[in-house]
Write a protein that binds this ligand. Structure first.
Ligand SMILES: Nc1nc2c(ncn2[C@@H]2O[C@H](COP(=O)(O)OP(=O)(O)OP(=O)(O)O)[C@@H](O)[C@H]2O)c(=O)[nH]1
Ligand SMILES: [Mg+2]
Length: 450
């Protein structure tokens, strides 16, 4: 099952000065290839930390450090592997890399170590994807979800659906082959019920994609409105720090500001924008244009109006742009007397006082709720767009089969074809069924050395 491929090498730690820099090598006969560059006592013991000196081709010592040899199959990739930990100086690491390259070892592509681990059956495709997510996670919740995926939680959920479909397939197959004999078969009703249950389980997983994407990529939340309504004050209140400049002068914020925060473990990219109004000031004009761009590209717009003032044409114009986007209307300055007109115009609005920090928690809750961020204690893994796409295809086949079963007599052969198709999509998710293209697109987003 384990296949050893051509040896590859990569620096596995980030570029820059650090205490330690790691180099990884993997592939057929990798130890033999580099052996004459190493000075160490005795033969390397498997998975044992050895003190080592690394020689260059002139025989000078390049550096010293720790060396570990992992003979196949007990390694990350399943191949023979070596890890060397040197001093974290980019010059040393670069030189060491060149030495290994000169021994006919090729530079690894992004994610190639993990790809080999997958190809050798050490992990499935979902776990391989989780490795990239663990490295890239921007919030604790995202990290936790990736960890669970690495532990195989999503894989076992998908595998159990696949196994249930395979079981149904076996029944239908038996129905053809042993139709004369007295063996248990599924009634049409039983078949439909089993399929409906699988459909529901797929639906459950599908409902996690939005949250999953937000967890991985974060949410762009843009605060917009006309000048002086308190956008920057709200920005600071949400951040919990005095980041943006606030003054009573309309047009204070000239360019957009971005800061990160997390809401219930979801990474948020909060954007304060310049107040939108018609202006002849060339600098402010650019700021307003940028505000409009941010408004369009945000996952959610927080549209702020000043509750203490009657609505102006500017408010109305901005609302016109916002109303068809995901948005929340915020009436700010509720510590002052509020205009009835404003309350009437936006009965659904969240009322806050950015200065007095009132209504801020409510606003946070409402934002997540409106985005459909679904944090349950049950499902803790969140699928990606790749999984969603395949799950939807599988679900479509199952749904259509359920429909047709209810309408007409289907031959077992037809049912089997559909079941097989639904199973194939699930197999593609976990990587039982893959093509070079699929693997290429998945592993290219990894960093080199992983
Ligand atoms: N009373 C009261 N005043 C507020 C509140 N929020 C903001 N202000 C005041 O409103 C004025 C404008 O606030 P900013 O936060 O700078 O407003 P802005 O929307 O960012 O303005 P521009 O950057 O010019 O577009 C300042 O004097 C704030 O102190 C509030 O909740 N209550
Ligand atoms: Mg401002």
């Amino acid at each position: 099952m384990i296949k050893q491929r051509e040896p590859i090498v990569a620096i596995a730690t980030p570029f820059g000065e650090s205490a330690i820099g790691a180099i990884r090598l993997s592939g057929l006969g990798v130890l033999e290839k580099i052996k004459d560059l190493l000075i160490m006592k005795g033969e390397p013991k498997p998975r044992y930390a050895h003190f080592v000196k690394l020689k260059d081709q002139e025989g000078d010592i390049l550096d010293e450090g720790i060396f570990i040899y992992y003979p196949s199959p007990k390694s990350y990739t399943g191949e023979d592997m070596v890890e060397i930990f040197l001093h974290g100086n980019p010059l040393i690491l670069r030189k060491a890399l060149e030495l290994f390259l000169s021994k006919g070892i090729r530079l690894a592509e992004p994610g190639e170590f993990t790809k080999r681990a997958f190809l050798n059956g050490k992990i499935d495709l979902l776990q391989a994807e989780a490795v990239a997510d663990i490295i890239g996670s921007k919030s604790e919740r995202a990290l936790k979800s990736a960890q669970r995926q690495l532990q195989g939680e999503l894989s076992s959920f998908i595998n159990s659906l696949r196994e249930r479909l395979l079981e149904i397939l076996a029944y239908v197959e038996a129905d053809i082959e042993f139709s004369e004999e007295d063996i248990p078969t599924l009634s049409k009703e039983q078949l439909i019920n089993l399929l409906k249950d699988i459909d529901q389980n797929i639906q459950k997983l599908l409902s996690t994609v939005k949250t999953g994407e937000f967890l991985r990529r974060g949410i762009n939340l843009a605060i917009v409105g006309k000048p002086n309504v308190g956008k920057s004050s709200l920005f600071n209140a949400l951040l919990g720090q005095e980041r943006a400049i606030i003054t009573p002068i309309p047009g204070t914020t000239r360019d957009f500001l971005q800061e990160s925060l997390t809401l219930k473990g979801i990474p948020i990219n909060l954007i304060d924008t310049a107040g939108i109004r018609h202006t002849e000031d060339p600098v402010e004009k650019i700021g307003v244009e940028r505000s409009l761009q941010k408004l369009k590209s945000a996952h959610m717009v927080l549209f702020v109006v000043d509750g203490g003032k009657p609505l102006s044409e500017e408010d109305k114009n901005i609302y016109h742009m916002v109303k068809d986007l995901e948005h929340i209307v915020i009436i700010n300055k509720i510590d002052l007397p509020i205009e009835e007109e404003v309350l009437k115009a936006f009965p659904e609005a969240v009322k806050v006082s950015a200065v007095k920090k009132e209504g801020i928690e409510e606003l946070k809750d409402k934002t997540l709720q409106k985005l459909g961020v679904y944090i349950s204690d049950g499902v803790q893994v969140y699928i990606t767009l790749r999984h969603e796409n395949l799950l939807k295809k599988s679900q479509e086949v199952i749904k259509s089969l359920i429909n047709r079963l209810g309408l007409e007599e289907l031959s077992p052969e037809i049912i089997m074809l559909d079941l097989r198709e639904a199973i194939n999509y699930l197999e593609e998710i976990v990587g039982l069924l893959t093509t070079e293209d699929i693997l290429g697109s998945i592993f290219s987003r990894f960093c080199i050395g992983k």
